[in-house]
Write a protein that binds this ligand. Structure first.
Ligand code: NAD
Length: 483
């Protein structure tokens, strides 16, 4: 058992030390594959929050990161990456048990977290301003400054890699950061705190707090001590946070939900479609914001595509995450009921259940891998985010119809195109309302490719060099040379 959990309690990492917090209790953490309590997290309250914010401000004012030589800041981040890799085996097991995901997916999350620190560590000394010509009497240049204190709210579907995705550019830019861990699976994220501690990140530069979203999270984002908010989560929570941010006029980055569509043309390679579908909607039991939640298929190959998708879904191995199956439970009993309830509306709305359709009768919160066919694009299952292993097939006849359907929700996170026609892939990619378009491979890209939403999927970009500029603001310095 990890040192963090010697007594079954994950603590708060506040101002460089591990604390039980003043939240007056613990939050139970359950293993969704066993429906069993596995540990608790110590709840941070008002005092811990104030301490974390004060430490963040003090560290920032002292210039712990911002005044560090940029190359040294990059090396510090490299050390964090090493420590994350060193903790990955232990951390992956904890993450697998608290989230339900497979052990290999949990391991991938730690690797990805390390990669974020390597990537953004590498650019810490390349955040360059520009000089602006004003004629011989002036020197004018811009600098990128860190905001100060960045408040970051992390969701439960990829707690470690999403936390790293925002923390790494925040640190590279020189900010201090206060993270609110997701209440359902906060333990592996505490391991990230352990990596920061072992890498000797200056105390107070980063704090990680445990608490409920509506309580601790809401207080954090409403604080006047916060200079920037980064939120990854659902649309309603994002909207609540934007209201709070309006009161303090705090810039906020919003990475919200999705209902992303793949458009499969008649010349698509169906093997590539089915393999993309498996990862696109069944990886992490479909609890992925950029999941392949809708599949729009040209009518000429539609029935074949539905049959092959159903065969793949029915053939997935199902087990507790520690056994590394292809299909794992969703995160909680509540999530399972939500997924099942929304899925059950499909049939009333005229859809055909080609595979799955309900929970699996076994221990653990398993929803059957589900393929819904003939889904009406206006129906609830086609419009609302299910956030589970359920996808919706709908046929189309023309390119224009497919584009209109793909763009026909409030969301716009990612989209996909499957075709061998190069001209069509470029043409359609330009028309799709999404922050990222995959051609012939769902999830193509990686930590260096910008990611973010359009419409209710949010705004701002994470990943890649582009994300860095969400964590800095521009200052222009104009100097008269006439004196
Ligand atoms: P959620 O909105 O319920 O919770 C996200 C986080 O916000 C949690 O840490 C929660 O404690 C906190 N929170 C809740 N209420 C809050 C409040 N009033 N103030 C401040 N914080 C609050 O979302 P979730 O169920 O954890 O995650 C699933 C959602 O996240 C899905 O909609 C999914 O699409 C989205 N998501 C988006 C991305 C992305 O990058 N676009 C990535 C992962 C998940």
């Amino acid at each position: 058992m990890n040192a963090l959990l010697q007594d079954g309690l994950a603590r708060n990492y506040v101002a460089g030390s591990w604390q039980e917090g003043d939240g007056g209790g613990v939050i139970a953490v359950e293993d969704p594959g066993l429906e069993e309590h596995m540990a608790d997290s110590a709840q941070a309250g008002e005092e811990s929050l104030a301490q974390a914010l004060e430490a963040a401000r003090t560290s920032f004012d002292r210039g712990d990161l911002a005044d560090m030589k940029p190359a040294a800041r990059g090396r510090l981040m490299g050390r964090i990456a090493q420590e994350i890799r060193a903790l990955a085996d232990e951390g992956a097991e904890l993450l697998c048990r608290e989230s339900g995901k497979s052990l290999s997916a949990a391991h991938d999350e730690f690797s990805e977290a390390a990669e974020y620190f390597e990537y953004y560590g590498g650019v810490a000394d390349k955040i360059e301003g520009k000089s602006i010509p004003l004629g011989p009497d002036y020197a004018d240049y811009t600098v990128f400054e860190p905001y100060g204190v960045s408040a970051q709210i992390v969701p439960w579907n990829f707690p470690v890699s999403i936390a790293a995705r925002s923390l790494a550019p925040s640190m590279a830019a020189g900010n201090s950061t206060v993270i609110k861990a997701p209440e359902l699976d906060p333990i592996a994220l505490a391991m990230l705190g352990q990596a920061l501690e072992r890498a000797e990140v200056p105390a107070g530069t980063v704090s990680i707090l445990n608490g409920m979203g509506g309580d601790l999270g809401a207080r954090l984002v409403a604080s006047s001590e916060v200079d920037q908010i980064v939120f990854t989560g659902s649309v309603p929570t994002g909207q609540a946070i934007l209201h709070a941010a309006a009161d303090t006029v705090t810039p906020a980055l919003m990475e919200l939900g999705g209902k992303s569509a793949a458009v499969v043309f008649e010349d698509a390679n169906l093997d590539a479609v089915i393999s993309s579908l498996q990862s696109g909607i069944f990886y992490n039991a479909g609890q992925v914001c950029s999941a392949m939640a809708r599949v729009l298929v040209h009518r000429s190959i539609y029935e074949d595509a539905v049959a092959r998708a159903a065969e793949m879904a029915n053939g997935l191995s199902v087990a507790h995450g520690l056994e590394n199956p292809e299909h794992t439970p969703v995160v909680s009993a509540l999530q399972l009921s939500r997924v099942e309830a929304l899925t059950s509306t499909a049939q009333q709305d005229g859809a055909r259940v080609a595979a799955g359709g309900a929970r699996i009768d076994r221990k653990g919160y398993f929803m059957a891998p589900t393929i819904l066919a003939d889904v009406n694009p206006a129906s609830r299952v086609a419009q609302e985010e299910i956030f589970g292993p359920v996808t919706c097939f709908t046929p189309f006849d023309t390119e224009a119809e497919a584009i209109a359907m793909a763009n026909g929700t409030d969301f716009g996170l990612v989209a996909g195109i499957f075709t061998r026609d190069l001209a069509r892939s470029h043409r359609v990619a330009r028309k799709l309302r999404a922050g990222q378009v995959f051609v012939n491979e769902w999830f193509a890209g990686g930590i260096s490719t910008p990611f973010g939403g359009v419409g209710k999927s949010g705004f701002g970009r994470e990943k890649g060099l582009e994300a860095l500029y969400n964590y800095v603001r521009t200052k222009n310095i104009a100097i008269s040379l006439k004196v």
